[in-house]
Design a protein around this ligand. Structure first.
Ligand SMILES: Nc1nc2c(c(=O)[nH]1)N[C@H]1C(S)=C(S)[C@@H](COP(=O)(O)O)O[C@H]1N2
Ligand SMILES: [Mo]
Length: 386
C-alpha cells in the first residue's frame, strides 16, 4: 500500500473506492518516508528562544516534518513591519508607473483570470544563518494567475526596466546617514525576471485563501527565489525606468562575501535573489533499534543526497521519488541500523543535476561570507542514541 502507485491502485477497481478516498486524504503521509510504529528521537541541539517573535512566527519544527506539503497552520511567516489584516472587499491592486494602460484590479478580477498552480518551497534567506532560526522554510501548493499576462496587458513603455512589488505593510526605516522615513515593504525584479512565466499573483495556499500571515489577499509567488522576493499583502505593482534600491533590496538582504580574483581578495555585496542548493537532516526515527534519518533537499534540481555520521564516509540517501516538483524540496532517507549508543552528529549534503555540491561550512563560499544571509552550508545536527 505504501509504495502503490496511483494507477495501480485504480486498477484494483471500484471496490477500493472507500479506501481510495482515505488514500487521497492521507497520501502525503503515505509517500513520506515513514514506518508504522516509529518514534521520533529529538535532536540535542534545540533552538534558543526567538528574540524577534513578531518578525519570525511559527517556525517549522523539523522533528514534526511528516508530509511533503507543509499544512498552512504549520507554515512559518515573516513580517518586517506590521502584519496587515486586509478586507478584500475594499482592496485593489494598482498597476502603474511606466505603463500605457494603468489598471486597478479587484480580487474577483484577479480570480477570474487564468489559474496557475505551483508547488514551491519557500525558504527565508536568513534561515540557518542565526542561532535561533532554522525553521524558516515550508512547502505549499500555491494558486494564482500568471503575472506576465497582467504586465503585458498594462502595456509597459519602452523605458520600463524594473518592476516593484509594494506591500500594504509599512514601518519606519532609518538609514546609516540618519535619514528616517515611513515606507511600505517593497521588493523589485528586473522586467525580464518579472516576466518569467512561472511567477504568479497568488491568492490560494494549499487550496485555502491565503492566510493573513502569508499575504492575504494577494502575494507574489516567484518559484526558485528566496522568500524575500515573494512580496506579500500586495497593493501596487509599479514599473520604473531605473534599478530600484531600498531596505530589502540594497541594505538588509545583502550578502557580503570575500571573493578571490586572480589571487586578489575582492569584497562583494550582492542583493539576495535566487534560492541556493541546500539540504537538512529533518528527523531521526526509530522502530526498536532500527533508526532512520529523514531529510529534505531543495534550491536546485536534486541529483543525490549524501549523509555523514560523525566523521564517517559520505553515504548515499534514498530520494523520495513519489512526491517531487521542480521548485519543491525533495525528501530523502537513510536507514541507520543499530547505531552505537552515545552522541552522534548527522550531516547531509545535496548534489544538484549540474554536479554542484552543497558547500561545507569550511568552504570559502561559506567561510568567507560575512553576513548571515544565504547560509546554504552543510547542516550538522546532534543526537543522543540510547
Ligand atoms: N509585504 C511583505 N512581504 C514579505 C515580507 C514582509 O515582511 N512584508 N517578508 C518576506 C520574507 S523575508 C520572507 S522569508 C517571505 C516569507 O513568506 P511567508 O511569511 O509566507 O512564510 O515573505 C516575504 N514577503
Ligand atoms: Mo526572509
Amino acid at each position: 500500500m505504501q509504495t502503490l502507485h496511483r494507477r495501480e491502485f485504480f486498477a484494483q477497481g471500484s471496490a477500493a473506492l472507500t479506501g481510495f478516498v482515505a488514500f487521497l486524504a492521507t497520501r502525503h503521509a503515505y509517500a513520506f518516508p515513514s514506518r508504522p510504529g516509529e518514534e521520533v528521537v529529538r535532536w540535542l541541539d534545540q533552538l534558543p528562544p526567538n528574540p524577534v517573535p513578531e518578525v519570525i512566527k511559527n517556525q517549522l519544527v523539523w522533528e514534526e516534518l511528516e508530509s511533503w506539503i507543509t499544512p498552512n497552520d504549520r507554515f512559518f511567516s515573516i513580517a518586517h513591519f506590521n502584519r496587515p489584516v486586509i478586507d478584500a472587499a475594499n482592496w485593489k491592486l494598482e498597476i502603474d508607473g511606466l505603463v500605457g494602460k494603468p489598471a486597478s484590479l479587484t480580487l474577483d478580477d484577479i480570480k477570474s483570470r487564468a489559474r496557475q498552480e505551483v508547488t514551491f518551497t519557500v525558504e527565508c534567506s536568513g534561515n540557518t544563518g542565526l542561532p535561533f532560526f532554522n525553521g524558516g522554510i515550508g512547502n505549499a501548493n500555491w494558486a494564482g494567475t500568471p503575472l506576465a499576462a497582467i504586465l503585458e496587458e498594462a502595456d509597459i513603455l519602452d523605458n520600463g526596466i524594473e518592476v516593484v512589488f509594494w506591500g500594504a505593510d509599512e514601518g519606519e526605516v532609518k538609514r546609516a546617514d540618519d535619514i528616517k522615513f515611513k515606507q511600505n515593504f517593497a521588493r523589485s525584479m528586473s522586467l525580464a525576471d518579472a516576466m518569467d512565466p512561472q511567477n504568479i499573483l497568488c491568492y490560494e495556499m494549499n487550496g485555502a485563501p491565503l492566510p493573513p500571515d502569508n499575504g492575504f489577499p494577494l502575494r507574489l509567488i516567484a518559484p526558485g527565489w528566496y522568500g524575500i522576493a515573494n512580496a506579500k499583502w500586495l497593493k501596487r505593482i509599479e514599473v520604473r525606468g531605473e534599478r530600484f534600491e531600498n531596505q530589502f533590496m540594497g541594505r538588509d538582504y545583502v550578502t557580503v562575501r570575500e571573493e578571490d580574483h586572480n589571487g586578489e581578495t575582492v569584497w562583494v555585496e550582492s542583493s539576495v535573489g535566487r534560492a541556493r542548493l541546500k539540504s537538512a537532516p529533518a528527523r531521526v526515527t526509530r522502530v526498536g533499534n532500527d533508526y532512520r534519518i529523514v531529510g529534505a533537499a531543495w534550491g536546485a534540481p536534486i541529483e543525490r543526497v549524501e549523509v555523514m555520521i560523525d566523521d564517517g564516509p559520505w553515504m548515499p540517501a534514498t530520494l523520495d521519488e513519489a512526491e517531487k516538483a521542480e521548485f519543491a524540496w525533495q525528501m530523502w532517507s537513510l536507514d541507520w541500523p543499530a547505531p552505537a549508543a552515545g552522541e552522534h552528529t548527522v550531516t547531509s549534503r545535496a548534489i544538484d543535476t549540474s554536479g554542484n555540491s552543497q558547500p561545507a561550512m569550511s568552504d570559502p563560499w561559506i567561510a568567507k561570507k560575512h553576513t548571515y544571509w544565504e547560509s546554504n552550508g552543510q547542516i550538522a545536527r546532534r543526537i543522543q542514541i540510547g
